[in-house]
Design a protein around this ligand. Structure first.
Ligand code: ATP
Length: 357
């Protein structure tokens, strides 16, 4: 992968009237990278993507694509291709006509068009369906046509706006691999908006977590999982979500007394500021059941759910801790269990600011 930036966003701001939708966004995307923008509804991820496409006008900052400043450049001159959730196919055109639409506008020669269509149809695996209309295709096939229409333009970047939201769960899992494989094969640069953190984690090289118009944290998927900078990122990345329990650090700063009934003290394996109000973060997959009666966490089982390969246990009580066990379990609602935590897996956040400690 080359380090040459394909997309550079410096100090991007976007106001809708008095509403500040994007606040000082700084993001550099090297050529060939697959970047996911994630965050809860309303965080500004679509606004950022649409600004890249030129469909929204930014109110501050500099936006470069392929080294050229794009501020004020109309969408069709940006050399980017957007793939929408709704596919945005022309219903009265065949697959072939949908694929070649942009080439016809560019007055590309018939031979060149034929060659490009065949190549792209092969790439997306739809060579046998070129004469069908969108209504005669499955959801996954329509999504592939939408991809093909973007690919045929050979753009500087692909911009995806929740492209898999309309597909069922199994097809979504399949298509995310397909899109990532296409990205790799084409050596493309992709920006992918999703509210699904699993999609972001599995597809992207670099994940950008947004919240209220700012970038809360960016990094590789595992960086975000292992070292979330804030409680918000910690709760957003990882499934099932991280457990949070409030507490106070001990006088020597090496442990935390949790605000839970019947709970004891959790050892940190490191030293932090004593007497500080904190939120402890425990990933469900880092908790296990122990016979150790000095366990820091004794809880009553409320719900047991099994997927066959994994068992999800939800504990009773305000904290409602979730535990994920590999394999099956004989536990039942009402059982009392002691939990062990993998050493070095305790996350700590400042109780007020939410910043990692
Ligand atoms: P979702 O996942 O729900 O699509 P999002 O993170 O993509 O959310 P955006 O669509 O980027 O969010 O919207 C960001 C914020 O900007 C929201 O609070 C939204 O209400 C606001 N917003 C978006 N478009 C406009 C507009 N045209 N006028 C005013 N406010 C807008």
């Amino acid at each position: 992968m080359s380090a040459e930036p394909q997309i550079e966003l410096v100090g991007i701001d976007k106001h809708y009237g008095s509403f500040h939708a994007l606040k000082n966004i700084n993001l550099t995307i090297p050529k060939g990278q697959f970047v996911a923008l994630v965050g809860p509804s309303g965080c500004g991820k679509s606004t950022l993507l649409r600004s890249l496409a030129g469909l929204e006008t930014i109110t501050g900052g500099t936006m470069k694509i392929g080294g050229d400043v794009m501020n004020g450049v109309p969408p069709r001159k940006r050399d980017v291709a957007m793939v929408f959730q709704s596919y945005a196919l022309y219903p009265h055109m065949t697959v072939e006509q949908n694929l070649t639409y942009s080439l016809r506008l560019k007055r590309v020669s018939k031979d060149e068009m034929k060659r490009a269509t065949e190549e792209v149809a092969k790439t997306i695996g739809l060579s046998h369906l070129l004469h069908r209309y969108p209504r005669e295709l499955s959801g996954g096939q329509r999504q592939r046509v939408a991809m093909g229409r973007a690919i045929i333009r050979n753009p500087k970047a692909f911009l995806f706006d929740e492209p898999l939201s309309n597909l069922d769960a199994a097809l979504r899992v399949h298509m995310r691999k397909e899109i990532r494989a296409l990205h790799d094969r084409l050596g493309a640069t992709s920006v992918y908006v999703t509210h699904d953190q699993i999609e972001a984690m599995t597809m992207a090289d670099h994940v950008v977590v947004m919240r209220d118009g700012v970038i809360e944290q960016q990094g590789s998927p595992l960086e975000l999982y292992d070292t979330p900078a804030t409680r918000f990122v910690a709760g957003f990345i990882g499934s099932p979500a991280m457990n949070f329990v409030d507490g106070t650090t001990s006088a020597d700063g090496t442990s935390v007394t949790l605000d839970l009934p019947a709970s004891r003290t959790i050892q940190l394996g490191r030293q932090v500021e004593p007497g500080r109000r904190v939120t402890v973060g425990l990933r469900p997959e880092h908790l296990s059941i122990t016979e150790d009666e000095n366990s820091p966490l004794i809880v009553d089982v409320a719900v047991v759910e099994s997927t066959g390969s994994l068992t999800y246990i939800t504990a009773a009580g305000d904290a409602g801790l979730t535990i994920v066990l590999t394999g099956r379990s004989d536990l039942r609602a009402g059982d009392r269990i002691a939990l062990a935590i993998e050493p070095g897996r305790v996350h700590l956040f400042d109780a007020d600011s939410g910043r990692a400690i």
